[in-house]
Write a protein that binds this ligand. Structure first.
Ligand code: NAD
Ligand code: GLY
Length: 366
């Protein structure tokens, strides 16, 4: 991978297949991504933090097109219906036709919202993901899950809508705060933990380099995680089976995020703690060995991720939140657990007493 020669992966979905480019200088490499546009209208959606940093880099590539930008505020609270309405109004103002394209420039919040606005306008127009956080590069920009939050809950409204291309410009990571960067590493580790033991071993060997944001190691980690995710999405685009495994740690993690009112923990941090709780539960249920839990714990700590339930969280409250997870069926908890590193599986009917025991052990109060 060099400045002019990015790593290229393909998400293979027949006529809707698309490239994922990972490399440096890609926002300014308009000849590459402009070839994926079909019409003359472009709406760039970004936020008030990212646009001042990076909008200029892609703007010259839009010369000669009819384009405008729509900026949302910074943070999860802005992944809202009100902002979808704002984006649709901006498309109307632009006079966007069915061959128009939305460009999402930002983290997962911008990407999820922009993709959903693109899915809604005239029942679906193109969009291109230009992720600027590590989390968005390795997870949310690929796979076509788009949506927004409601006051009643996170990601309750959405659509599967695949992008036309994903442009992961590694230069943008230079300004990403450390805490956000570490949270993105949780999503990298997740992919390896679910289904790629050799990648997990590679992450263990490169943990120090990754924690220090070594560029070569980061680029390799992104490409390996995305290769794994692209394969899962190609086999199970709409989560009828295998794709559910990508939620390892999420049932615990979402409960932790919600209990912390989305301010105590970042999404990736919730996933990190959640994966460890899933590993401990798997061990308790006799599905996996303690050595696997220990390896996961060591790796999460080595890259600077939290591993304990934050102080003051109540086990019963967390369990109640876990009962609301979309994967559950009437009356039973359905969790993603593992049989060891690289061997995640869906487990239905997990006893709540076992979940409570794991939560207590990890520091949740009684
Ligand atoms: P985010 O979009 O809020 O970005 C994190 C922070 O980093 C924000 O403050 C943002 O303004 C800032 N930022 C972004 N790029 C920057 C840069 N290059 N330099 C400096 N600051 C920068 O959060 P996120 O972690 O990227 O994404 C989280 C969202 O993604 C959640 O809403 C989650 O539900 C969603 N998500 C979606 C999927 C999916 O498959 N669609 C998967 C995982 C997560
Ligand atoms: N982030 C989970 C998925 O894309 O399915």
């Amino acid at each position: 991978m060099t400045q002019n020669n990015p790593t290229t992966l393909d998400v293979t979905l027949g006529e809707r297949s698309y490239p994922v480019w990972i490399g440096r200088g890609l926002l300014g490499d308009a000849a590459r991504w402009r070839a994926r546009l079909r019409g003359r209208h472009v709406l760039v959606i970004s936020n008030t933090t990212v646009a001042p940093l990076y909008l200029d880099r892609l703007a010259h590539g839009l010369d000669g097109l009819q384009w405008s930008s729509f900026l949302i505020g910074d943070g999860e609270a802005h992944k809202s219906f009100a902002n979808v309405e704002g984006a649709l109004a901006a498309l109307a103002e632009l006079g966007a036709t069915r061959d128009a394209c939305v460009i999402a420039l930002g983290g997962g919040v911008v990407g999820d919202l922009a993709g959903f606005a693109a899915a809604c306008w005239m029942r679906g127009i193109d969009f291109i993901q230009m992720p600027t956080t590590l989390l968005a590069m390795v997870d949310s920009s690929v796979g076509g899950k788009t949506g927004v939050n409601l006051p009643a809950g996170k990601n309750l409204v959405g659509a599967f809508h695949q992008p036309r291309a994903v442009v992961a410009d590694l230069d943008t990571l230079a300004t990403l705060p450390d805490r956000e960067y570490h949270a993105g590493l949780a999503e990298v580790i997740k992919g390896a933990a679910i289904g790629d033991e050799p990648f997990f071993a590679w992450l263990e060997a490169h943990a120090d380099a990754l924690a220090a944001r070594d560029e070569t190691a980061v680029a390799e980690a992104i490409a390996r995680k995305l290769r794994y995710k692209a394969g899962v999405v190609a086999r199970d685009e709409t989560e009828q089976g295998e794709r559910a495994l990508l939620n390892l740690g999420h049932t615990f993690g979402h409960a932790l995020e919600t209990a912390g009112h989305y301010t105590t923990l970042l999404h990736g941090e919730g996933v990190a703690i959640g994966m460890l709780l899933a590993a401990r539960l798997s061990e308790r249920l006799g599905m996996a060995a303690a050595t696997d839990t220990a390896r996961l714990l060591r790796l999460l700590e080595a890259v600077g991720l939290p591993v304990a339930v934050p102080p003051g969280m109540d086990a019963q409250q967390l369990l109640a939140l876990m009962r609301l997870d979309k994967k559950n069926t009437a009356g039973t908890l359905r969790l993603i657990l593992w049989r060891g590193i690289g061997k995640a599986e869906i487990v239905a009917g997990v006893a709540e007493s076992e979940v409570l025991a794991v939560l207590h052990e990890a520091g949740a109060s009684r």
